[in-house]
Design a protein around this ligand. Structure first.
Ligand SMILES: NC(=O)c1ccc[n+]([C@@H]2O[C@H](COP(=O)([O-])OP(=O)(O)OC[C@H]3O[C@@H](n4cnc5c(N)ncnc54)[C@H](O)[C@@H]3O)[C@@H](O)[C@H]2O)c1
Length: 278
């Protein structure tokens, strides 16, 4: 007999989260902890990962949380991590391809800049593609292989509402600033977020008979201390009339990781307050 707990339990499952030092990476880890799994956070920057770990342990003191400094664009590092995890746990059960250069309005970002498309530098393009697409592909290749051997596993690729629609650049504009100084969401973000949906569909079919389910989650518009003018502008584009809270992804991530959605593969789960239906 199934009950609520057994339906959504991922007890003891080893779940890798790339970009685990970031804003949503922490929430993916929380979903894994709630389900009884072991989050393995990978990030190229150690600080955010350590902070996320400490904040999670303050709430879930018994949680086993792994943090590993790693550049996901380097296949050799991924293979070493895979071997170490297999030696320690004997299995790798899930991968959340979450890392991306995510240009943000809040807090400053290298890649959300006053660079219009006609001046967009190849260096930023290459870096964004390397993290968001090449890194995701390499992680799927390295960690997905163990899942095929186990004949069971889950991969969740994190896209965005901008994987479905074009950024409305008007929400980033500021009055009284010259055109060449207006910031824009870069072209690479759209391409990465559309591309990762293609990776999902490709792998879902490729591994359909090997027990590895591959799906996309499209989060959108997380509220994170942006200035009120921006919040007001973006909220007008969302039928629910507000931005999302980071906690609003936890339940869906746990569902997608668990056997409760054992027949779901190749699909796209959109949590956007309705933004992309307008
Ligand atoms: N925040 C939002 O509003 C939002 C909305 C839609 C989609 N998303 C998507 O959610 C995901 C997470 O977003 P976030 O807001 O938490 O971003 P974030 O910038 O807070 O976190 C991303 C993390 O990835 C890490 N990273 C970058 N390059 C790496 C590399 N080479 N190897 C390992 N780690 C690397 C960064 O150090 C950072 O900690 C992204 O894919 C983003 O596109 C975010």
């Amino acid at each position: 007999m199934k009950n609520l707990e057994s339906l959504f339990s991922i007890q003891g499952r080893v779940c890798i989260v790339t970009g685990g030092g970031g804003l949503i990476g922490k929430k993916h880890a929380e979903a894994i902890i709630i389900g009884g799994g072991v989050p393995v956070l990978l990030d190229v920057v150690p600080g955010g990962m350590q902070r996320n770990r400490e904040e999670l342990l303050a709430v879930y003191p018994d949680a086993a949380i792994e943090t590993i400094i790693c550049d996901i664009t380097d296949r050799a590092q991924l293979v070493e991590i895979k071997n170490n995890l297999l030696e320690k746990y004997g299995h790798i059960d899930a991968l959340i391809n979450n890392a991306a250069n995510n240009p943000k309005v809040e807090g400053g970002s290298n890649n959300l800049a006053a660079i219009q498309f006609h001046n967009f530098p190849l260096s930023i393009w290459n870096d964004d593609i390397a993290v968001g697409l090449t890194g995701a592909m390499l992680c799927a290749q390295v960690f997905g292989e163990c899942m095929t051997e186990q004949k069971k596993g889950v991969i969740i690729n994190i896209s965005s509402d901008y994987g479905l629609i074009s950024p409305n650049q008007s929400i980033y504009r500021k009055e009284g600033i010259p055109e060449e100084q207006q910031i824009v969401k870069p072209v690479s973000y759209s391409v990465v977020k559309h591309g990762i949906i293609g990776l999902t569909k490709y792998l879902a079919v490729y591994w359909a008979e090997k027990g590895v389910r591959v799906n996309t989650l499209c989060p959108a518009s997380l509220e994170n201390g942006q200035d009120p003018e921006f919040v007001q502008k973006i909220s007008k584009l969302i039928p629910m009339g507000r931005m999302s809270q980071p906690d609003e992804y936890i339940g869906t991530i746990l569902y997608m990781l668990s056997d409760a959605c054992s027949y779901m593969t190749g699909t796209n789960v959109i949590l956007d307050g309705g933004r992309t239906i307008w």
